[in-house]
Design a protein around this ligand. Structure first.
Ligand SMILES: [Zn+2]
Length: 61
């Protein structure tokens, strides 16, 4: 699990091994802050768990 350092949104990042080289990055969907970048035989799948702090989340209903 990864929390955006700027807005507090929570993401689930899953590392996926690749047979080829990949270089990319994932930015926060809400504020654009860089969450993770990579340069190698892998990539990351991202799933949004909750939005910026103060908005609706799994433990806040
Ligand atoms: Zn953010």
């Amino acid at each position: 699990m990864k929390e955006c350092i700027t807005c507090g949104a929570l993401y689930d990042l899953t590392e996926i091994k690749l047979p080829v080289h990949d270089r990319d990055r994932i930015n926060c969907l809400f504020c654009g802050t860089l969450l993770i970048d990579w340069d190698g035989n892998l990539m990351y799948a991202v799933k949004t768990l909750s939005g910026p702090k103060g908005e609706e989340g799994p433990d806040n209903r």
